[in-house]
Design a protein around this ligand. Sequence first.
Ligand code: DER
Length: 215
Amino acid sequence: SNREQKEKVADKIAERVRSGDVIGVGSGSTSYLALLAISKKVKEQKLDVLAIPTSHEVSLACSIVGLKTTTLQNARPDWSFDGADEVDPQKGLIKGRGGAMFAEKLVIKSSPENYILVDSSKFVSYLGEKFAVPVEVDPRAINLVETELLKLGAREIDLRLAKGKDGPIISEAGNLIVDVRFNKITSEYEKEIKAIPGVIESGLFIGYEVEILTT
Ligand code: DER
């Protein structure tokens, strides 16, 4: 099953942990299972490990499982693990269903080794096949960014709404998130979206140093 696939890949990544590691910890359900597997090994073998969380959810999970944490301001990750929503044949990713792609991209760009943990359902022939591209936007720029995204060829732009609160979700950095569907995502889109004033980050990860781990 999907859950068993995720647990298998979570156990695989736990083997990577060495004492002294500073580990970037991604967000999402697969990363969460990996965090549980890693914290179990850290506890059993009394390893000296520091985690760099990528969301409130992950930092809360680290405190629950008893993993010490640090930040990118205080440490550089030795390696990181994370999930993804889509992986294309060139290892391009769409991430951000969980809304943490800004911090996740900072960690992935800061880490010499990045493991992307996916079950078979994440592989696509092209990016955008199943998922929209999440884009984090400064609230002051929402109209400007939507106008520019339409010029870029967006055919659908949805403001991501909160569940437990009226109105839009607010990201860890205090921004809005729009989910954008395009007809064709080219390798230039990550840069072109980022160049729009008011865009903080997108969930497109194209050309990053990542290793895909799957079952
Ligand atoms: O938000 C993210 O980028 C997460 O990594 C997400 O895309 C993958 O989450 P999942 O492991 O719950 O599918």
